[in-house]
Design a protein around this ligand. Structure first.
Ligand code: ZN
Length: 172
């Protein structure tokens, strides 16, 4: 896909457009998928028909995982949830729409009997093993066996997911 950079747009607005285009297969998302895979959980992607189009769907566990970017989805208290200096009314409206949509989707999913887990980008990049433990605690009670968590070091996990993210971006 070719993306024309429109010089009349502000950098912030341009990066908003770019993020809309690149909202799938982000590095944090690939990292979460890799953690689930290593723990033996099977999942599907882009399952249509579910509210909010969750990033990762685990049908057997009736659980969906959202991997949220801290800036776009406004991770509360997170230093990555910055406020741009210019065009603040635009951003405020945009952020409010995003967070309202997120809570609507999660409510709708819960009404349909799905459990929802939100993983924030900063959490999985900083502490992938901690996130793996959390996912395992949510999912494990619903499996017969319990899994021994043997995961590589954070640096290895992050590096591998980064390679795959770049690979999939180039493949478009
Ligand atoms: Zn965050």
């Amino acid at each position: 896909m070719k993306t024309r950079l429109d010089s009349s747009k502000t950098p912030a607005h341009r990066s908003w457009n770019m993020s809309r285009i690149r909202s799938r297969n982000t590095m944090p998302e690939l990292l979460v998928r890799s953690l689930l895979h290593r723990m033996g959980y099977r999942f599907s992607l882009r399952q249509t028909g579910l509210p909010g189009k969750p990033d990762i769907v685990l049908p057997r566990y009736r659980t969906v995982v959202f991997v949220h970017g801290c800036f776009w989805h406004r991770h509360r208290g997170c230093r990555d949830a910055t406020m741009p200096k210019s065009r603040q009314p635009f951003w405020l409206k945009k952020f409010e729409q995003n967070t309202a949509r997120d809570s609507r989707s999660q409510r709708a999913l819960r009404r349909l009997g799905w459990r929802t887990v939100t993983v924030w980008e900063c959490q999985v990049l900083r502490d992938p093993r901690g996130v793996a433990g959390r996912l395992n605690r949510v999912l494990r009670p619903h499996t017969a066996a319990s899994f021994q968590l043997i995961l590589p070091e954070r640096s290895v996990l992050v590096r591998n997911a980064g390679k795959r993210a770049r690979g999939s971006a180039m493949g478009r």
